[in-house]
Ligand binder design. Structure first.
Ligand code: ATP
Length: 146
């Protein structure tokens, strides 16, 4: 169905904040409408929120902006970051960055491989930008409904 991206994000962020007692700063206009599968989109967003939580200690930032004929959702953390040469590999099933091992108390390296499948099903593109020691931003592009 048709969904307001900011509305979906606010609802998922609300349950996420309660579940993990982590602050998420949200910024985004209302009225950015996409035709999408709400459950799949929520699962996709949750994977990136969960990674931001696991690999950082500071508040997570989420932004929605219009970008041409797409809605762009940015999920940013100020955490440990991902080495440039591994930015593509993290989407592989069971792949985990070595340096993050000490931080890791959960997980199998499956989240981002599922994210890739969900993105494909939703017609969505994903960009990961990261600096080691500074943090990571995931950008999820969704086609706008017009
Ligand atoms: P799970 O199976 O619970 O999803 P996971 O977090 O290890 O476990 P992925 O979500 O697939 O699995 O991520 C793969 C790897 O990419 C992680 O182990 C981590 O090394 C790295 N990674 C992913 N997101 C981030 C992030 N926001 N900051 C730093 N490293 C990250």
């Amino acid at each position: 169905g048709y969904h307001d991206v900011s509305g979906i994000l606010q609802s998922i962020i609300h349950s996420f904040e309660r579940a993990y007692e982590r602050d998420v700063a949200f910024e985004g206009p209302e009225g950015v409408i996409v035709k999408t599968d709400e459950q799949k989109l929520k699962q996709l967003l949750y994977i990136f929120l969960d990674n931001a939580r696991k690999y950082s200690d500071t508040p997570i930032e989420v932004q929605v902006v219009r970008s041409g004929d797409k809605a762009a959702i940015r999920i940013t953390d100020d955490g440990i970051g991902i080495p440039k040469d591994q930015l593509n590999k993290v989407f592989d099933r069971f792949y985990q960055v070595d340096e993050s091992r000490s931080r890791r108390s959960e997980g199998f390296g499956l989240g981002l491989s599922l994210a890739e499948e969900l993105a494909r099903a939703l017609g969505s593109d994903i960009q990961l930008k990261s600096e080691v020691g500074q943090g990571t931003t995931a950008v999820i592009f969704l086609p706008l409904s017009q």
